[in-house]
Ligand binder design. Sequence first.
Ligand code: ADP
Length: 436
Amino acid sequence: KRQIIDDHEVDGATVLARALKEQGIQYMFGIVGVPVFEIATAAQAAGIKFISMRNEQAASYAASAIGFLTRRPAVCLTVSGPGVIHAFAGMANAQENCWPLIVIGGSCDRNQESMGGFQEYPQVEQARPYCKFSARPSSVDKIPFYIEKAVRQSTFGRPGVSYIDLPGDMIAGRVPEKSLRFIHSCPSPPLMCASMSSVVKAVDLLIGAQKPLIVIGKGAAYSGAEWVIRDLVDTTRLPFLPTPMGKGVVPDNHPLCVAAARSKALQEADLVLLLGARLNWILHFGAPPRFRPDVKIIQVDICAEEIGNNVYPVVPLLGDISAVVQQAMSADHSVPLNYYAAFSEIQKVLPKDCMIVNEGSNTMDIGRTMMPNILPRHRLDAGTFGTMGVGIGFAVAAAIWCRDYAPGKRVVCVEGDSAFGFSGMEIETLTRNDLL
Ligand code: ADP
């Protein structure tokens, strides 16, 4: 019996479906036909939702929109030759939009290549201009390796498209299950920060500008940076202008949204903070007469090659928008201090192993990201019940625990003013017990 289990074989379609599932792929859009029938069936068996479409073009558009909405690519599955060519439309569109997408194309059996095989076409080569990564796995057991790479290439750096080519004989080809090695799931891209000296320069310019303007593009929408961009707008009170798909990152009905006076805002701005938008035709190339000839641009983008296109920025900030905007907030030391600036100062003096008690609304939400913990059970906050007023009581307990079990360890209690009001008098308890 053991022998039978060890010799169990799986086909290429199953290996592919399992590899996709392992990489957290949830959706596959496409049209089935020779030689990809088995892929759709195997994908469904693996728990991937297969949406059967009428044309590969629409399937590739649909899959790319899932990439924008979830930051995890969806798959567009096509038959060989014309099927792949139809998907080029969606690939080009996703690539231009900087959205992640994986296209998987069936292709003619390898032993028919160069013989005029059914729908034979040089798919890997032809797909190349429409994507970041175009390849055919070298063997069935290598499919998981290529799928992980396709996901990584499509999501890391500037998001874009990966094309994977699978000949019919590879889809049907069988390999012993025990020979398979599934690659760990590719994580979200590592967050990239800009150089701090450039961030400080950008903040100084923003503070000194007469008519600054924030332009919010679909890169900002894609990156999920709304939580920090809303904070930036609310604390600095800078006006902002969304591009069409940057709309909603900060609500359109926010009083600082200048979309209704778009032309005037662009024409008069002396300094533009560009968050995930290219200075292409949508933004009139950053040039007069739509922009002032002396306009200064602070450009935030994940893609180094994009920096300086059409207008060279006075400060280039290469990095992820959410990370860079947080950096900018913590470098803004104008009074009154914003949360990020205050926390960045606190962070500098926090002992690494200290116990952190943290409550308040923004104080706690922002404190969660700005005050790192390296030990378990070293953070006490409003918890499951979202209770305000727990802070100083928790600090009393933490100080007693440190005194009795970890002498020398410090307790740092960071409270919002409202939260402090709930239990501020317990400071007296701390004093009376010599815990301060
Ligand atoms: P819009 O059409 O809204 O003007 P674009 O598509 O022209 O926006 O620009 C989006 C930009 O956002 C691209 O240059 C892309 O490299 C960039 N981008 C995408 N994701 C991120 C991210 N996480 N951080 C920073 N920039 C990003």
